[in-house]
Design a binder for this molecule. Structure first.
Ligand SMILES: *[C@@H]1O[C@H](CO)[C@@H](O)[C@H](O)[C@H]1NC(C)=O
Ligand SMILES: *[C@@H]1O[C@H](CO)[C@@H](O)[C@H](O)[C@H]1NC(C)=O
Ligand SMILES: *[C@@H]1O[C@H](CO)[C@@H](O)[C@H](O)[C@H]1NC(C)=O
Length: 203
């Protein structure tokens, strides 16, 4: 996941880690396995995220998942001639160690503590952003992880695997529809759920 925090709190290494793991790693595994997958007329099932359609948090996670999405169509089309089927799964927020809110907030606190005093002043010393985020995340968290596993199973074993699977009520009814709306609507809804920096011009 990498740390999620406002972009001006982060340095390039905070971005590099999730992009290396989620995007470069995924591409590398895929291209290294392709000869065998082609030979077997096998299947490729990528796990992206609803964060690959809508950037709901700062940090490297969403850029990495947007990258995964960016490869979606080309590989599927390139592999069609070889009888290789490609599916992409987009889970919403599921209750896993990845979405452990305590861990996320702790990571954020470490970054906050190292911020230059000027930046801290811009945000306000008592800036936490915790309470509101917690509300949104808790409202969205799916507890039934088997939903994702069932999609993986379908993608691997069914006669006609789907090109993409949107998993979880939050992804189906909130994140994915919101990702198709105008930027102004997205900003309005997402910004309502975060704390404003102290110096905000919007106040
Ligand atoms: C890609 O995978 C190969 C192993 O097949 C490994 O040697 C190489 O370091 C990997 N490259 C990157 C950029 O991860
Ligand atoms: C899966 O990931 C690979 C490597 O990034 C990409 O080439 C392919 O298009 C992706 N497939 C889907 C369905 O996203
Ligand atoms: C992949 O491509 C299809 C269209 O071919 C599109 O409907 C879908 O949203 C893309 N992304 C995923 C994750 O499947």
């Amino acid at each position: 996941m990498g740390p999620t925090a406002p972009t001006d709190w982060l340095d390039i290494e905070h971005f590099r880690e999730p992009i290396e793991v989620n995007l470069i790693g995924l591409i590398n595994v895929t291209i290294n396995m392709l000869p065998l997958v082609k030979q077997a007329k096998g299947r490729i099932v990528n796990v992206s995220s609803t964060g690959g359609r809508l950037a709901f948090c700062g940090g490297g996670y969403c850029p990495s998942k947007f990258g995964v999405e960016g490869f979606n169509d080309s590989l599927r089309r390139d592999m069609k001639a070889f009888g290789v089927k490609v599916s992409c799964i987009q889970p919403g927020l599921f209750k896993t160690p990845l979405t452990d809110l305590e861990k996320i907030l702790k990571e954020k606190e470490v970054i906050w503590n190292r911020l230059p005093p000027d930046t801290k002043k811009q945000y306000g010393e008592d800036f936490t952003d915790a309470a509101k985020k917690e509300k949104l995340t808790k409202a969205c968290l799916n507890t039934d992880i088997s939903l994702v596993v069932e999609c993986m199973e379908h993608a691997l074993t069914s006669l006609h695997p789907c090109a993409h699977y949107v998993v979880g009520q939050d992804a189906k009814w909130f994140w994915t529809p919101l990702s198709r709306m105008p930027a102004g609507v997205q900003d309005f809804l997402l910004l309502r759920n975060r704390e404003e920096p102290a110096v905000s011009h919007r106040k």
